[in-house]
Design a protein around this ligand. Structure first.
Ligand SMILES: [Zn+2]
Length: 139
């Protein structure tokens, strides 16, 4: 990443040319608090994910509990689902929303219309739940 400053004579401002967002990625915290969340997440989330998958006919490969600050969950093209250990701090309906969202990515690895239609069928009112997620920052 270039940290060189360039001058724009039209605006009179300096600017940077960067390939990645300028803001540095925060490092996910570690420590006893995180470890206790991780223990809870490992106990609670995989069984809940398995139950939701069974209920709605999804088949995933593996589930991993992650300590990161960039997302609540993700789904890989290998059919693996990653869940943020901080999910256990959210209300149950939002935990379920995130898990169902990732399960739907097993069928659609995008956020297109078909993805949203599928998610709505397994998680009615999902757009409202997505709005509620915005009040929870990963930290
Ligand atoms: Zn998504």
């Amino acid at each position: 990443m270039s940290r060189r400053l360039f001058f724009n004579p039209l605006t009179g401002l300096f600017f940077r040319l960067t390939a990645k967002p300028y803001r540095r990625r925060r490092k996910a915290p570690a420590g006893p608090e995180v470890e206790s969340l991780r223990a809870k997440a490992k106990a609670d989330l995989p069984p809940r994910l398995a139950r939701l998958a069974e209920e709605h006919g999804f088949h995933y490969n593996k589930v991993f509990i992650k300590n990161n600050l960039s997302n609540w969950g993700s789904c890989s093209s290998l059919g693996n689902i990653n869940l943020n250990l901080r999910l256990v701090t959210l209300p149950q309906e939002l935990q379920d929303y995130v898990m169902l969202h990732e399960l739907c990515h097993l069928k659609y690895l995008n956020h297109g219309q078909e993805f949203h239609a599928l998610l709505e069928s397994v998680c009615p009112g999902h757009r409202e739940l997505a709005r509620r997620m915005k009040q929870y920052k990963i930290q």
